[in-house]
Design a protein around this ligand. Structure first.
Ligand code: FPP
Length: 325
């Protein structure tokens, strides 16, 4: 894996439960039940990669329009099984659990009580900040912040990025570094619109109930191969000659010092790809070399994975081929 900075905030759109169940001739609710293991895997993976913040999209403001049976199942299932039973084990692992969403009269009181108990139990934990987005909508969060600014009569000149963020549902929620969506769809569906301004987006074909730590590892690897520029000129574009790297890994804000140039590029020009030695790559414009390098690296890794799979019969990586059933 290309060494790089791990994402500080990972956000997941847990999509594909219904399809997972339908593929098996089951009710959609069975997909939600099977999703618990995936949620555990996301937490385990976040702990493994020392991610500080993990935000999971469990129920959107628009999801109330799903069939009533499914909605009421989901609301109770999340409270009883995911939060209720899961809270103790999260607490033991140092996870702080928080609800990210608006209160709503449609959420039964006992469900809210469960959520509040879990928040209280885990409030002093700091290993991982886990936010469960429930009855959450990105647009609604922004409208709420605007309303709050108006109600507090904040002068127009004082409305800045920082000030607006302070009026959002969870003011301390940092920008998302890695936004991950399972289920094969490529959209945000009203999730963390403000916080995803500079998120790296990773879309996986795996359906959420089949998501395991290996998928998170894969997403983190992809993230670490990306070059984040935050609107500035990338290091490789700015200093072609001085930056002989094929896959940037910078994950720093624009005002941070530029990241150190990697001393070793991914395994290119080692004899496996004789026609593209590093010198040939480096004589290309850096942006092209960078893309080519990352593509070759992906190809090599995929070949290694499938060879290993053929030799050992063990699943070796993420994707539909490795779904658990
Ligand atoms: C957005 O897609 C996805 C979500 C709001 C996630 C929903 C997640 C669940 C129901 C799983 C809950 C998890 C457990 C562990 C039970 P969308 O379908 O709302 O939006 P779209 O129509 O744009 O795809």
């Amino acid at each position: 894996m290309t060494p790089g900075v791990p994402p500080r905030h990972v956000a997941c759109i847990m999509d594909g439960n219904g399809r997972w169940a339908q593929h098996r001739g089951l009710e959609r609710t069975h997909g939600h039940m099977a999703a618990r293991a995936a949620l555990e895997a996301a937490v385990d993976g976040a702990l493994e990669h020392e991610v500080e913040w993990l935000t999971l999209f469990a129920f959107s403001t628009e999801n109330w329009s799903r069939p009533e049976e499914e909605v009421s199942f989901l609301v109770r299932f999340l409270a009883q099984h995911v939060i209720g039973r899961g809270a103790r084990s999260m607490h033991e692992r140092g996870v702080r659990l928080r609800l990210l969403g608006r209160t709503d009269p449609r959420v039964p009181a006992e469900v809210l009580d469960r959520l509040r108990e879990a928040e209280e139990l885990t409030r002093d934990n700091s290993t991982l900040q886990l936010s469960l987005a429930f009855n959450y909508g990105g647009r609604q969060d922004l409208c709420e912040a605007a309303r709050s600014l108006l109600l507090q009569e904040v002068p127009a000149a004082e409305i800045t990025d920082e000030n607006l963020a302070r009026h959002m549902l969870l003011p301390e929620l940092p920008d998302v570094d890695l936004l991950l969506r399972t289920g094969g769809e490529h959209r945000l569906s009203n999730f963390l619109l403000w916080h995803c301004a500079y998120a790296e987006l990773v879309f996986l074909d795996v359906l959420w109930p089949d998501f395991r730590t290996v998928h998170l590892r894969h997403a983190v690897e992809l993230y670490q191969q990306r070059q984040r520029r935050f609107g500035t000129v990338g290091r490789t574009d700015a200093a072609d000659a001085a930056a002989p790297t094929v896959a940037g890994t910078a994950a720093a804000p624009p005002d941070a010092a530029p990241p150190a140039v990697e001393a070793t590029a991914p395994a290119i020009g080692t004899g496996l790809v004789p026609s593209l030695a590093p010198s040939a790559l480096l004589s290309l414009p850096t942006s092209i070399a960078s893309h080519l390098g990352a593509t070759l690296w992906d190809g090599l890794r995929e070949t290694a994975r499938s060879t290993l799979h053929r030799l050992t019969g063990e699943p070796t990586g993420p994707g539909r081929d490795n779904q658990s059933s």
